[in-house]
Structure formats: C-alpha cells, structure tokens
Design a protein around this ligand. Structure first.
Ligand code: ATP
Ligand code: MG
Length: 575
C-alpha cells in the first residue's frame, strides 16, 4: 500500500476523552475515528489489523471443527421474550418497531437465534454434535461506552454455539474451543490468563474467561500467588472467616443518628469504623419478593454470587417505596433484627456472621442500634435464612488457605456451558436412541475482535507509539525513502521486491519531512522499518530497524529485501 493513496491520518492531538493508551494510540495512529459515543469507524490501517485478527480467529475456529455461518443482526424480539432475556438485557439491548409494528432487536449476542435454528433443523441424536459460529457486528447500548473500542456500542464479535446429546460431548467441544482460544491469543501476541468465571447473562453451568492482565482493564482478576487458582472477582470463592474469639456482651442500645443514612455518616456520628458496622441491603426479585443481604459495613455485595444462591434468579436494589414498606424506615436505616423472619430469603455473609458484633439500622428513621451480635440478636440459619459467601473478595482474604492477590484485566473472550437453558425455552430438541425427546445441551463461545486489537496495543507500546505483534500489525514492513530522486527510486524498487516476497509492506511515498515519516512509522508500530536516506544510499546502503529495538543497522541495498524478508519471517514464526 502507498501512503499517498490511502488514508492514515496520524495526529499529535489526543482527544480529551481518550483516557487510556490504546484509545489514544488508535486515534493518533489514524486507525480509527469516533463517529458518536461508542461508535467507531475503522480507517484503512485499522481495518487491516482487524481483518488479520478476524482471519486468525476464523482459521482457529475452522481447525477446531467450527462451521462458519451468518445470522441476521436484527432479530425478532419475540425470541428474546421467550427466553426472558428481553427483560434481563434491559436498556443494553436496542429495540425498534418495523413498518408493520413488529418489534425487533439489534443482536447483542445470538443464543436465541441459534437455538431457534436448532429447534427447526435438529431432530435426532444422529445429527449431533454440531458446532457453528459467526463473525458479525453486535450492538449493545452500554451504560458507559468508554476506552475507545474496548467498550464500544457496536463491536465485532465471533460467537460460536454448539449442540450436544450428552454432557460428555459438550465437555469435549468446550475443551476444544478452550484450546482454540488459547491458540488465538497466542497467535495474536496478546498475554492472557484463564479465569474461572460466572456465567452472567448467559446462564449455564460452567464458564471460563480469557483476560489480558493490564492496568486499564475494568475486570478484577483474583488469584493465588502460586497461580493454582485464578478467577474473575464475580466468581472468586472466599474461605469463610473465623468467628471472632470474643463477642460483644453488652446489651443492644438504640442510638439517635439523625439523617445518617450512609455507612460513612453513621460511622462519623458513632465514632466507629465501617468494618464495625453490619449493613442490611434490601433487594427485590422479579416477582417483587424481598431478599435481604447482610454484610460487614466495608464489604461489597457480589450480585452474581447472590444470584447463584437463588438458582440464577436476578435481583435488584429494592425501590424506596418497597424498602419503606418492608422495613418501616427510609433507605439507610434497615437492620436485620425482625426483618429476617419477614423476608422471602436472607443471606448473611460469612464475614458478617463472624463479627464480634456491631451497629445496625434500627428499622426506624434516624436510629441505629449498637451492640448487635450475629446469632444472638438475629438468626444466622433458618428456613429462609442462610450464611453464605455473598461478597467480593478483598485484600487479606484467602482461597483454600492461600492468600488472594488482585490485578486488573480486560476480558477478551469467554466460553460457557449453557446446558439446556435456551434449548428448553425454545424447544431446541432431539430424539435420543430410545426415541425420547430431549433438549439439546448447548455451549457458547464469544470473543471480541476489537478488544483483542485494543488489548494488543495496551500491552505493546512505548512513548513513540504502538509496537504491534507482527501477526496483527497493519503492515509487516515500511519503506521510508527520504529524498525525491535516487532515494525515491530505490524505495520503489524495495517496495516491489518486498511485495513480491509476500510481505505486507507500506511505502511512505509522501512528500513529507523525514522526521514526520520516521515518527509516523514508529507511531503506526510497523515491526520492520527500512529507511532509504541520501547519505547511506551514496555508499550503497539502507538503514534497517526493528520497532522493538532502538538500533539501526546498515544493509547493502541489494541485500535489503532479502534481509527484511528474513526478519519478517523470524518475527512471524515467533508467534
Ligand atoms: P463485559 O463484561 O466486558 O461487558 P461481557 O461479558 O458482557 O463483557 P460477552 O457477552 O461474554 O461480554 O461477549 C463476548 C466478548 O465480546 C467479550 O469477551 C468481549 O471481548 C466482547 N465484548 C463484549 N462487550 C463489548 C463491548 N461493549 N465492546 C467491545 N467488545 C465487547
Ligand atoms: Mg463475558
């Protein structure tokens, strides 16, 4: 490709909303441009990189037995209503009516459509297993689109779906996909860890997440020092804390806490610390039933863990009216005393149960109660009451006796064993050997192509720009002639030779200053750079430099193409 005939609008300006390196560099290197919040255009160089990622994903999917398909990106809303996900996805899913008044959705993922295909096309166990995938745009009206293409509203996803008659068969395909994902990240040159994960919106029985450890990530990786355990924070199981050796023996005492509806305000008023408070969070399930979560004041409720304990049922914070009706007090004054008996379900976190005692809301406006002892002043077990792990892990927690450590990461892919969640609801069924009708067991496998691209940059850059892994670099080599005459001619010749050798090469034939060209080559992150300058050319040489190194080396002009091809080949085979 010739620079003069393409559009790679590099810039020094960094848009003020670009907070993280990959977002800044993708704009600065002219790979993408923002069209609207969370919506990006891929310009020629960005598209080349995205296509290379797509091809790696496609090859690995095909190698692992996947068959490529393509579903529409507009689905009938009815399918989503049938599985309950029309509600689960909430405002994240975009919906619209067509000219006939029928409701449609913009596909945020495609379990429903694949289960629908299965319901029509699968009839016998003899057809199974089937493993299909697609690479297509998904739309999610993210609450907070940010970080460029890492969390955009429209993005390119590879989503795969498999259908099985037995759990063993599902497991086999699941592990094949797991292996294919490892291959994909390795070939893309992106460092990753594999985490035990919660199934989230997808539902189902088992899941792993592929996460790129890096500071800009929005996910939290929880792991043990020996790496024997690694999980997403939503899943990370915490050892129950030991019960405090000594419990408070003082009697409960009501205290006036006017307007102190938050932990901080109560602490300030009572002169206590959040870890000495016991908070009661009032949630409501889909049917409006009250679920109470009791936690230590400084701990965070883990909604995924809570949902698992409720058999996958989602809950949300109860409304102000619901809280008032249930507790008799405004938000911020709920306490476990007397509420446990009335709630549909109560979950007390292990750490709260282990406390020597603490202050709680009095279920009365502007009052709290001090010296409340778990087990003494409110029950820890009962028909609807249970002590469990319902919080996020924090510094100091352990898993099977090993200290837990934390680091940030970007989720780039996730695989799920869905079981029969979708096949039951959409009647994706088969007849088994005995002629008995059964729902298919399904698996689903998702990977974000744009996220791979941004994560690759996030983990490979320096002050001068991007340092692409060669497999997904927009160009493998760049030829930079500095000068209009002999230099330009030699550059043209090198460019042709490299193309001839099957190298994806950019010729910077712009009429621009040397500094601009060299800086752009570094910003764009092309792995191999060949500079044809007047001084060295006069001696029959060109300068060759790897983006990963700072030293130039002089190579004879006649040998330059061969040497560059060798370097490219070496870089290719390192991935
Ligand atoms: P997140 O928790 O980050 O919102 P998710 O768990 O909802 O992601 P999945 O439903 O598992 O995402 O989708 C599969 C893959 O699609 C993700 O692993 C990620 O790589 C990609 N992806 C999801 N949402 C986005 C987005 N808003 N922008 C870019 N890529 C995305
Ligand atoms: Mg996910």
């Amino acid at each position: 490709m010739r620079y003069s005939q393409t559009l790679i609008p590099t810039t020094r300006e960094v848009p003020s909303d670009a907070e993280i390196p990959s977002h800044q560099l993708m704009i600065r290197a002219g790979l993408i441009r923002k069209i609207a919040s969370g919506m990006y255009a891929y310009l020629p160089a960005g598209m080349k990189s995205l296509l290379k990622i797509e091809e790696i994903v496609r090859e690995e999917m095909n190698r692992a037995g996947g068959c490529e398909t393509l579903m529409p990106s507009v689905h009938p809303r009815e399918l989503w209503v049938q599985t309950g996900r029309d509600e689960d996805y909430g405002d994240t899913m975009a919906r619209f009516q067509d000219r006939h008044g029928r409701w449609n959705v913009l596909s945020p993922t495609a379990e429903e459509v694949y289960a629908y295909i299965g319901s029509n096309e699968i009839s016998s166990y003899k057809q199974l297993p089937i493993n299909m995938y697609q690479i297509s745009f998904k739309f999610r009206d993210e609450f907070r689109p940010r970080f460029g293409v890492l969390r955009s509203r429209e993005f390119l996803m590879k989503d795969g779906y498999s259908y099985h008659a037995t759990p063993e068969c599902l497991h086999k395909t699941y592990m094949k996909m797991y292996g294919a994902y490892k291959q994909i990240f390795e070939r893309c040159g992106v460092p990753y860890v594999i985490l035990e994960a919660e199934a989230g919106e997808m539902g189902g029985s088992g899941s792993h997440q592929f996460t790129v450890p890096c500071e800009s990530g929005e996910d939290v990786i929880v792991y043990t020092e020996d790496s024997s355990y690694a999980a997403n924070i939503e899943k990370a199981a915490i050892d129950p804390s030991e019960a405090a050796a000594e419990r408070i023996t003082d009697a409960p005492e009501e205290v006036h806490t006017p307007n102190a509806g938050s932990i901080e305000a109560v602490c300030q008023m009572l002169g206590t610390k959040p870890e000495q408070m016991i908070k009661s969070l009032i949630h409501s399930d889909r049917e409006g039933r009250i679920i109470v979560a009791v936690l230590r004041g400084d701990h965070e409720l883990n909604e995924e863990k809570l949902s698992q304990l409720l058999g996958g049922e989602k809950t949300e914070m109860a409304s102000e009216e619901q809280i008032k009706e249930f507790t008799g007090a405004s938000v911020g004054f709920a306490g476990p005393q007397g509420l446990c008996e009335k709630a549909h379900r109560v979950f007390i976190d292990h750490s709260a149960a282990a406390m020597p005692g603490g202050a709680v809301g009095a279920n009365k406006d502007d009052y709290h109660v001090k010296n409340i002892v778990p087990g003494r002043d409110f029950p820890l077990e009962g028909e609807n009451i249970q002590t469990a792990d319902i919080r996020n892990a924090v510094e100091g927690d352990t898993h099977e006796g090993k200290k837990l450590l934390f680091r940030k990461g970007i989720e780039v892919g996730q695989v799920f064993k869905l079981g029969t969640k979708y096949s039951t609801k959409l009647e994706c069924e088969f007849l088994d050997e005995n002629g008995k009708r059964k729902p298919c067991l399904m698996g689903c496998y998702g990977i974000g192509l744009n996220r791979i691209m941004a994560s690759a940059i996030e983990t490979n850059y320096d002050d001068s720009g991007i340092k692409w892994p060669i497999s997904i670099a927009p160009f493998e080599a760049v030829v930079v002639p500095i000068g209009k005459k002999d230099e330009a001619e030699a550059g043209e010749k090198l460019y042709s030779e490299l193309k001839e050798k099957g190298i994806d090469v950019l010729l910077d034939d712009r009429n621009a200053r040397p500094g601009v060209k060299l800086n752009d080559a570094d910003l764009l992150g092309v792995p191999v750079r060949i500079t044809v300058g007047r001084k060295s050319l006069a001696e029959g040489n060109v300068e060759m430099k790897l983006r990963s190194e700072s030293e130039n080396s002089l190579i004879k002009l006649e040998e330059a193409a061969g040497k560059a091809a060798e370097l490219v080949e070496k870089l290719r085979s390192s991935l």
